[in-house]
Design a protein around this ligand. Structure first.
Ligand code: HEM
Length: 472
């Protein structure tokens, strides 16, 4: 571990933090916010696998990027490291996993894990395919378009149907409300001052109004489910959570459930859509993998597609870090961290390191065909007691959506340089939105491109373009 060579900075007699730059807190904050990929790569080269950075709001933060240190973080007892200091938690509400720690967090995860169990996920295959086909009917042909907006619509409807169990009017209402609400919410995550209600047109007031409407719809949804004699036959996550509670006459807290459903949506919608856009972006630049995947998609096999998705999640992790707060003295390798310090595992740096992934910068669709990713070197979903609860769901959704793309369309390869990374509030997405050119397989060669209705849909996601270049 090269960090061992760095001189250590003493804090008190007992505690030792890794060395790090002495630059001012606000400059560190700006670099971390607007040029994080460049900054973390540079700091790792300079200081090794662990360094300390002074950041605004959170203070001293130790950033680690070696699997041994990652393991130490992810296996620490929940009383020693907290994850619930996530700024998302305060926006999503006290019933959100992001707001919880220790016993309460474990208890909530125990409730959520069975509905999200890997084996159960297969029951959503048909629903995901139906949503993918529905959306892909609008895809224009033979001209460039940004796929991310389309993937966002798919992932939103999939979560609303598979997790919320929404259908009919509730599905339409939530589908209209939630993109506006989460877009505004993303801006309020860090700009906490704007959360206050400064009058009718202020962001805080608008967010509150949207949240009120959301709670109303979700309450109605919960009451309908509880009154449903067929509740036990439903496969959506909400029904799976409610059924045992109804059986045991346990008190059902509607507000907490509304917080948790919103958490699942916020955590799962943008992340999966961005990972899908990256998949298209990578595949259109790797025609040999693409051709083999197309061939595989003609049958029932999925070994290469599964491996390719694991590789996309490695080379383009949409969440680049996970954070914890030290609550009790914490032994991290050769260092001992005092309470009050933050620890970040930097996913992007671990994934880009040749020591842990040979030729790490190369996109290799075969990398995981016969090899499983290493637990603490492949960490797109974080790890330990806070590992992403929707990991199996996200991988299934990516698998089915990409399978549908491959079966429906020929994706045109390109030699245009890869898209840059762009931070979109929750996740890193390709800066141009995962641009693709496709031709429908059942369409005769030379057939007309898009219908007027398709053409009316803006092919380029301007939202993605305006934030482009925020991070490389
Ligand atoms: C490609 C898609 C996704 C990626 C890359 C991703 C990544 C992550 C990461 C890095 C974490 C933090 C883990 C940690 O702190 O150790 C996380 C947490 C979480 N994710 Fe995901 N996620 C994805 C999709 C989903 C989906 C589809 C859902 C649910 C429908 C979901 C629900 C959650 C929840 C609830 C947490 C908080 C877990 C806790 O604090 O105990 N995620 N995710």
């Amino acid at each position: 571990m090269s960090a061992a060579a760095s001189p250590a900075r003493m804090t008190t007699e007992d505690f030792r933090l890794p060395n790090g730059p002495r630059t001012r807190r606000h400059l560190n904050g700006l670099l971390f916010l607007f040029a994080r990929r460049w900054t973390t790569a540079r700091l790792q080269r300079r200081y090794g696998d662990a360094y300390t950075l002074d950041l605004p709001v959170v203070g001293r933060t130790v950033i680690v990027s070696h699997p041994d240190l990652v393991k130490a973080v992810y296996t620490a007892p929940p009383t020693v490291l907290h994850g619930g200091k996530n700024p998302l938690g305060s926006l999503l509400g006290p019933g959100s996993l992001f707001s919880m720690d220790e016993e309460r967090h474990l208890e909530e995860r125990r409730k959520l894990l069975p509905p999200f169990h890997g084996e159960r996920m297969r029951s959503y295959d048909a629903l995901i395919e139906e949503e993918a086909l529905r959306e892909m009917r609008t895809w224009p042909q033979r001209r460039e378009f940004a796929t991310i907006a389309s993937f966002q619509r798919i992932t939103l409807r999939v979560i609303l149907r598979a997790v919320f169990g929404a259908e009919g009017a509730e599905l339409t209402d939530l589908e209209e409300l939630l993109p506006r609400m989460t877009a505004l919410g993303q801006r309020l995550v860090t700009a906490t001052i704007l959360r206050r209600d400064f009058g009718r047109f202020s962001p805080g007031h608008r967010y509150r109004e949207m949240r009120r409407r959301y709670d109303e719809i979700v309450r109605a949804l919960i009451d309908q489910r509880l009154a449903d004699p067929q509740l036990g036959e439903r496969i959506d996550v909400l029904a799976l959570m409610l059924a045992p509670l109804r059986e045991s006459f346990e008190r059902i807290d509607h507000d907490e459930l509304a917080d948790e459903l919103l958490t699942l949506l916020v955590a799962g919608h943008e992340t999966t859509a961005s990972s899908l856009a990256w998949t298209v972006e990578r595949l259109s630049r790797h025609p040999s993998v693409l051709r083999r995947l197309e061939h595989e998609a003609e049958g029932d096999s999925s070994a290469l597609r599964t491996a390719t998705i694991l590789e996309v999640l490695r080379v383009r992790p949409v969440i680049d870090l996970t954070g914890r707060a030290v609550m009790q003295p914490f032994q991290l390798g050769e260092w001992r961290l005092p309470p009050g310090v933050r620890v970040i595992t930097h996913i992007g740096t671990v994934h880009a390191d040749d020591r842990f992934h040979p030729e790490a910068s190369r996109f290799d669709g075969d990398r995981y065909v016969e090899t499983k990713p290493a637990t603490y070197a492949w960490i797109p979903f974080g790890g330990g007691m806070r590992r992403c609860i929707g990991a199996a769901f996200a991988q299934l959704e990516m698998d089915v959506v990409i399978r549908t793309v491959l079966r429906q369309f020929e994706l045109q390869p390109t030699d245009v340089p890869g898209e840059r990374w762009s931070f979109r509030g929750v996740a890193f997405a390709p800066a141009k939105g995962g641009v693709a050119v496709v031709r429908r397989r059942d369409e005769p060669l030379g057939a007309e491109a898009a219908t007027p209705a398709e053409a009316a849909r803006c092919p380029v996601d301007h939202d993605a373009l305006t934030t482009a270049g925020a991070a490389r």
